[in-house]
Design a protein around this ligand. Structure first.
Ligand SMILES: [Ca+2]
Ligand SMILES: [Ca+2]
Length: 306
């Protein structure tokens, strides 16, 4: 009789605890998805440490102003290097208040150590570099003056591919590569298209147009949150003008053939006061989500920072 009561109690306890455990697991997985889906560069104002050399020891990246230019200083294994020493003219980026450098870490070569992707401006034009750690040294494996850079197959079963493209020249300027065994493999001849580029380019044009449009082009998903589109009518274009600077993107959901179904974009624009002087400029940032809808990649979410 006693054994039966204990068994009942045990079953009761399990019935109470199980749903709680399931809820905790679901909650954790949602949180993991959330943090995974943010598309933010490294916050250089905080002293955040990363292992850039794959030895389990944290290293640090610091943005510094040096010789009238922006430089990146990396401290690792008691060494310290400037990434500008790894490129031809020794200037990563020129100083620019409304177009500061952004750093993204992503393991493009899938060897545990992240590649360092840096976007910024040199004499008011975009510049992008990829640095890779290999055999005890940092190397500049890729440089481009195109203003859009991103990664497809970023976290699926395929090898990640990087893409760069000029927003003004469009798809004909598309360039792509993979990093295989720390060597760059040019895949440009195999890639003719970039999912969501068409509608993101239309979005860039929409923001740059010097007046507010009455009707929006057909680039948004019907499911887009109704609070998000009004952002486009609140840009005060009678006072400000907008000029696209650069963008970074990656894919984060795929279909059964590992083709992307969802992509995230981060776009920066120069916001200038009409009739203002050179100092009346600032950077504004848009976050876009693009989803495959009826075989088109449409914008499913739009957010503005600043
Ligand atoms: Ca390290
Ligand atoms: Ca790597």
């Amino acid at each position: 009789m006693k054994v039966l009561i204990i068994k009942r109690k045990l079953i009761k306890t399990i019935l109470i605890i199980m749903p709680i455990l399931i809820l905790i697991v679901i909650g954790l997985s949602i949180n993991r998805n959330k943090s995974y889906q943010t598309i933010s560069p490294i916050n250089l104002s905080k002293n955040i440490q990363f292992d850039l050399t794959g030895d389990g020891q944290n290293d640090s990246i610091e943005l510094v102003k040096r010789y009238n230019a922006f430089d990146l200083n990396i401290t690792y294994h008691n060494n310290s290097i400037y990434l500008s020493n790894k490129i031809k003219d020794n200037i990563l980026f020129t100083l620019n208040d409304h177009w500061p450098p952004k750093i993204y870490l992503n393991d493009i070569s899938r060897d545990i150590t992240p590649e360092i992707i840096v976007q910024g401006s040199k004499n008011n034009s975009s510049m992008c570099y990829v640095f890779n750690w290999h055999e005890g040294e940092f190397f500049n494996v890729y440089s481009s003056d195109k203003n859009i850079f991103g990664i497809l197959d970023s976290k699926n079963t395929k090898t990640p591919q990087c893409y760069s493209v000029s927003s003004s020249k469009g798809i004909s300027s598309l360039n792509s590569f993979m990093l295989i065994n720390n060597k760059l493999l040019d895949t440009t001849k195999e890639n003719f298209d970039l999912p969501s580029l068409g509608n993101v380019t239309a979005f860039i044009n929409l923001v740059e147009t010097p007046y507010e449009l009455k009707d929006l082009p057909d680039i948004f998903c019907t499911s887009i949150n109704s609070t998000e589109l009004p952002i486009l009518w609140n840009l005060n274009k009678e006072i400000y003008s907008y000029s696209f600077q650069d963008a970074f993107f990656y894919d984060y959901e795929w279909d059964s053939s590992a083709d992307p179904t969802s992509l995230k974009w981060r776009l920066t624009f120069e916001k200038s006061k009409l009739n203002g002087d050179e100092n009346d400029k600032e950077e504004i940032i848009f976050y876009l989500d693009c989803k495959l809808e009826n075989s088109l990649y449409k914008i499913s979410s739009l957010q503005k920072l600043k």
